[in-house]
Design a protein around this ligand. Structure first.
Ligand code: S3P
Length: 194
């Protein structure tokens, strides 16, 4: 890995938003478009802790998960400072934690809030929990009512992101292409390097 030269632009972006916002799906597509590695912070947490996110919640509680999440984020941001090209997706609660938001802001890595209305987010999460071959387990999914309350409490935090991108009615590829524009990143860079 090479250290970034002074004045060189950050080649990383962090996607934030509520459960079901499409952070991982869009992140993967954006990574492909830019030729950057995609990383889901929850995967790093699972590797470091050697257990699934749902098991951390189940066996050790949310506060232990938040501790592990903060430690993983710190490690990741350290790598980004060395100049790694990366698209990162955070779990829905990560940016809401003040200490995490501060770390990210201090790192200078731009953030994008992937937005959608709560009814659509709920529909997507239910489909991912119940859909054939999916079974995505989200410990904080709860009832529609608790889901909505959590969404309403978190949305003001998400709005602190550097950019907001609407996702309703848009295909994943369309959103990824819009992000390339929003971030002022040159899609052609990948092609020229070949
Ligand atoms: C969480 C969201 C999950 C995961 C954990 C906590 C949250 O990630 O990090 O279950 O607090 O909203 P997704 O947003 O990818 O579902």
């Amino acid at each position: 890995m090479f250290a970034r030269k002074p004045g060189q632009r950050a080649r990383a972006v962090i996607l934030i938003g509520f459960m079901g916002a499409g952070k991982s799906t869009v992140g993967r597509a954006l990574g492909e478009l830019l030729g950057w590695t995609f990383e889901d912070l929850d995967d790093r947490i699972e590797r470091r802790e050697q257990r699934k996110v749902a098991d951390i919640f189940r066996n050790s509680g949310e506060s232990e998960f938040r501790r592990a999440e903060h430690a993983a984020l710190q490690e990741l941001l350290g790598e980004l400072q060395l100049g790694a090209d990366r698209v990162v997706a955070l779990g829905g609660g990560a940016f809401v934690q003040k200490a995490n938001a501060r770390l990210i802001q201090d790192s200078g890595v731009p953030t994008v809030f992937l937005d959608a209305d709560v009814t659509e987010l709920w529909r997507r999460c239910r489909a991912q929990a119940e859909g054939p071959g999916q079974g995505i387990e989200r410990p904080l999914l709860g009832s529609m009512d608790s889901f909505r309350k959590l969404y309403e409490a978190r949305r003001p935090h998400y709005l602190e992101a550097s950019f907001r991108q609407e996702t309703i009615g848009k295909r994943v590829e369309e959103i990824a292409a819009a992000l390339v524009q929003v971030l002022g990143m040159d899609e052609g860079r990948k092609k020229r390097r070949r």
